[in-house]
Design a protein around this ligand. Structure first.
Ligand SMILES: *[C@@H]1O[C@H](CO)[C@@H](O)[C@H](O)[C@H]1NC(C)=O
Ligand SMILES: *[C@@H]1O[C@H](CO)[C@@H](O)[C@H](O)[C@H]1NC(C)=O
Ligand SMILES: *[C@@H]1O[C@H](CO)[C@@H](O)[C@H](O)[C@H]1NC(C)=O
Ligand SMILES: *[C@@H]1O[C@H](CO)[C@@H](O)[C@H](O)[C@H]1NC(C)=O
Length: 386
């Protein structure tokens, strides 16, 4: 068991380097803004704070005051606020800023803010031009966690992804506010990979990249009541880029609103996939699009670096995908784009009660389809592909 309380630890956290509390087994942060509690032993919390308590099942209260934080009269003790250092040399490779791993029963809550101070780091992000780019730190990374609850926290201006889940089971996130400027690179709100039984709800996400991205190897992921924008929308993928990717199964996204985003719901897979994989049984229901460039888009030639025209088709099989009650406005003329792999056409794609108007009002929106036979039910605006 461990408990991590964070409140106004600004003085300490600003000056934080790996050296501050490195190696301590009882490092800590204490107060009332951000509260993390874990049951079960053997977990670790890592960050530049090197907060960790390995292999112990006794309870511990980590107190940052012992590392110099002062609950002085100026501090706002009601809201935690953690600021990440802007010195990139302090972060390990592929590490998160604050990282939780191998803990069962962690709850992270309390209304506090994790401020990644990304603005200084964003110019160092070369991922849009270099496919083997060095990744900047994710604000909050959860690795191999079981039974985690994250509720009522704020993540601001992460250097890279805001929250990332890798190999987590039974994860519940709610009332999470995430924000970064519309032009900040790879600041995905929530990225989920190789995880199962994940539930995110009632959150506000506005970033420079996907609000939520559901990567490879996930099953039973449910996303409800998310307000997204600015950003690139809610994405599945990108899939099919690396060898041995897992399938995506059992995704439900419902009751969400997208405003001013580049995409609404996007499924993207790379051409020339090294291995075969699948994304199946996915439902997108009751989604409002306000001024969205591509409200519904399947893109199986996703390839941001080079032209993909000459590459082999994607080997990710997309099937049993339901778009229901999708309504609102498209800022581009093509509101529905379903471009599937010519190697493995999409199967069982359903569009039910879709009403998307072209925002400009001059003409009606259109649909574009390739390598797919769509099953249409109910209202269809734009008109179906012929
Ligand atoms: C996660 O917790 C559930 C419920 O307690 C348990 O059945 C399962 O074995 C745990 N999984 C892992 C990977 O620890
Ligand atoms: C998230 O933003 C909403 C609306 O501004 C606010 O009411 C809520 O308290 C915020 N939650 C957190 C955890 O910051
Ligand atoms: C499809 O996904 C839903 C939601 O995760 C799940 O409840 C259902 O059992 C899945 N259906 C099949 C046929 O796997
Ligand atoms: C639509 O969104 C774009 C940004 O994508 C913005 O510039 C424009 O003002 C918005 N228009 C409306 C009518 O909201």
């Amino acid at each position: 068991m461990f408990t991590l309380f964070c409140f106004d630890v600004l003085p300490v956290v600003q000056g934080l380097g790996a050296d501050t509390v490195a190696g301590s087994s009882s490092a800590s942060v204490s107060g009332s803004g951000i509260v993390a509690r874990g049951g079960g032993g053997g977990g670790e919390i890592r960050s530049l704070l090197h907060l960790q308590q390995k292999g112990s099942s006794s309870s511990a209260l980590f107190n940052v005051k012992s590392f110099g934080a002062q609950a002085n009269g100026h501090a706002d003790d009601t809201k935690g606020y953690l600021k990440a250092t802007t010195d990139l040399s302090k972060y390990g490779s592929s590490a998160g800023w604050v990282e939780f791993g191998w803990v069962e029963g962690l709850t992270l809550t309390g209304g506090g803010t994790f401020d990644g101070q990304g603005a200084k780091a964003w110019p160092y992000n070369k991922c849009s031009i270099d496919s083997s780019c060095k990744l900047l730190p994710t604000n909050l990374k959860f690795v191999a966690m079981n039974k985690t609850v994250v509720r009522g926290i704020r993540s601001l201006n992460s250097k890279f992804f805001h929250l990332a889940l890798v190999e987590c089971k039974n994860f519940k996130g709610s009332e999470i506010n995430i924000s970064a400027p519309a032009n900040s690179p790879n600041t995905d709100g929530i990225h989920i990979e190789r995880s199962s039984s994940v539930y995110f709800s009632r959150s506000l996400i506005g970033t420079g990249d996907d609000c939520i991205s559901v990567g490879q190897g996930n099953s039973q992921v449910t996303v409800t009541s998310i307000t997204c924008g600015p950003g690139h929308g809610i994405s599945v993928g990108s899939l099919g880029r690396y060898p041995n990717e897992g399938d995506v199964r059992g995704l439900v996204v419902r009751d969400c609103t997208m405003t001013g985003t580049m995409n609404g719901i996007r499924i993207k897979t790379w051409p020339n996939s090294p291995d075969q994989s699948a994304a199946t049984n996915m439902t997108f229901e009751n989604i409002v699009m306000n001024n969205v460039t591509n409200p519904i888009i399947i893109d199986q030639e996703y390839c941001p670096f080079t032209s993909c025209a000459s590459l082999a088709p994607s080997r990710v099989k997309l099937s049993d995908i339901y778009f229901k009650k999708i309504r609102g406005t498209s800022s581009s003329a093509v509101a529905v784009t379903l471009e599937c792999s010519k190697g493995i056409p999409c199967q069982n794609i359903y569009l039910e009660d879709v009403h998307l108007d072209f925002l400009s009002g001059e003409k009606t929106a259109t649909s574009s389809c390739r390598n797919v036979k769509v099953k249409y039910i109910g209202t269809q605006i734009p008109p179906p592909c012929t």
